[in-house]
Design a protein. Sequence first.
Length: 80
Amino acid sequence: MIKKTTRKLSNPHDWVGKHFGGLAQATKDGRWFHVDAEEKPIYRQRYDWVSPFHRGRSLVRKNNGYFTIRTDGTIANSRP
């Protein structure tokens, strides 16, 4: 038997992934972001997709462009 690592929530998020280091990916209305251990968003921005944080950075996609963000939501770097 395979243990599921994600769960479907009715409110306030559509989906929350597995927590790593106290942070997890989440979606609401098709938009992606990160939440803390209490499942509260850790920044205001919403993206087309986000990766889990690794060493304090997450790869995100917005408008077909990719860049990395820090845990406070600020941009760490961008790619053309």
